[in-house]
Design a protein around this ligand. Structure first.
Ligand code: PMP
Length: 392
């Protein structure tokens, strides 16, 4: 009998991310065997969701808000996000420009499916957040990388986009960036915008770290002249409000495109639980002060890291200007990121992510998530430096 086969598309997606999370499996095994590990791996805060947000969630659920919610998202939450986006970009935005999604991740998938026909080229930037190629391939498009260069501080150039854009339909960017910790400058974003217009590309702008900016300011390309009609902004409560497990995010785009996404959601996710949306609305009502409170520990640890790594010459930090990560150049040790992270785990019981999973541009790097308390973080960084002494 012939064996039933999964689709080529899903097998491709699996292949694209096959070894990405290997190190996390290793960490889990070590922990199960009783080993204490300092985990500087995934982008998960060291605090839990704020009790005030959980209270709102609980009140909403207890009061009976447990049925199907509107597929597009609750109007009051869509309005709150539209207000936030208008305030930050100066571009008039209404609830009709917003769809609520189960996390930014599902919005990234829907956005690509919404702009690419099967087989269309979708551009993204290397180094990249590890799910990107699989997300694009899963949506039926062809992922194609554009390399951001360390010599240019990992800022993307319009010229590189021009060169890559033959047959391309979209470009995915991410600022503040995971894994580089780099925030795109206004010049970079103007240059990217020009290239998108010139090459008739949709711009998918992943802004899930927009509240984590340590130097300069976050600029959304939606605010750049002529870009709002070709830009899809991806947002999320995961990082800004420590709500990773609530799975709540959004896409902001031209109204007609949002209508398509709502229709797509009807056939896929069927929306986000109403009590989670009420919790998110309460989270947003806590304002900028609360968002700063969530972001501040990462800023503090970034300052600590800059100070600690400045005392040696073997490891070089990519100057971190945003997001909850540090990208560390380990090439002078003679190791790849993968070798470095495996040895570090074995010898010092500290887990960092090998640069390889974020693309070819990050092969001699490791990514450090600043996601443990300050004392443990400081200790881990000093231990990392101690570990590298053998390569001097
Ligand atoms: N984009 C980037 C760059 C991310 O780092 C993440 C999560 N780590 C996401 C999108 C997805 O976030 P979520 O689905 O939790 O909103």
């Amino acid at each position: 009998m012939i064996k039933s086969q999964p689709s080529t598309r899903i097998k491709e997606l699996t292949l694209l991310s096959a070894n990405d999370w290997e190190l996390l499996d290793e960490v889990r095994e070590l922990k199960n065997s009783g080993q204490k590990i300092t985990e500087l791996t995934i982008g998960e805060h060291d605090i839990r969701t704020d009790p005030r947000i959980l209270d709102a969630l609980n009140k909403s659920a207890i009061s009976g808000n447990t049925g199907y919610a509107p597929v597009s998202g609750n109007k009051n939450l869509r309005e709150a996000i539209a207000y936030r986006v208008t305030k930050r970009t100066g571009i008039p935005t209404t609830y009709k420009n917003v769809i609520i999604t189960p996390g930014g991740q599902s919005a990234l998938f829907a956005a690509h499916l919404g702009v690419c026909n099967p087989g269309d080229v979708a551009l993204y930037c290397d180094p990249y957040y590890a799910t990107y190629p699989g997300t694009i391939a899963g949506a039926g498009a062809k992922p194609k990388v554009i390399k951001a260069r360390p010599e240019e501080n990992f800022q993307l150039s319009g010229e590189a986009i021009d060169t890559a854009s033959d047959g391309a339909k979209s470009l995915l960017i991410n600022s503040p960036n995971n894994p580089t910790g780099v925030v795109y400058t206004r010049d970079t974003l103007e240059d990217i915008s020009l290239a998108c217009k010139k090459n008739n590309l949709w711009l998918i702008s992943d802004e899930v770290y927009d509240t984590q900016v340590w130097e300069g300011t976050h600029i959304s390309p939606r605010s750049i002249e002529g870009m709002s009609e070709r830009t899809i902004v991806i947002g999320s409560m995961s990082k800004s409000h420590a709500m990773t497990g609530s799975r709540i995010g959004w896409a902001v785009a031209p109204e007609e495109f949002i209508d398509h996404l709502i229709n797509f959601a009807t056939h896929t996710t069927y929306g986000v639980p109403g009590f989670i949306q009420d919790a998110a609305l309460h989270g947003l009502s806590l304002g900028k002060k609360f968002e700063n409170e969530i972001a501040t520990p990462f800023k503090r640890r970034r300052d600590l890291a800059t100070q600690i790594f400045s005392k040696q010459n073997l490891l070089t930090l990519v100057p971190p200007t945003g997001a909850m990560y540090l990208l560390l150049d380990v090439r002078k040790t003679g190791l790849t990121g993968k070798q470095f992270s495996s040895l570090l785990l074995a010898k010092k019981h500290i887990a960092v992510m090998p640069g390889e999973i974020f693309g070819k541009s990050a092969i001699g790097y490791v990514r450090i998530a600043m996601t443990v308390n300050d004392a443990e973080f400081k200790n881990a960084l000093n231990e990392i430096i101690d570990f590298t002494k053998q390569f001097l």
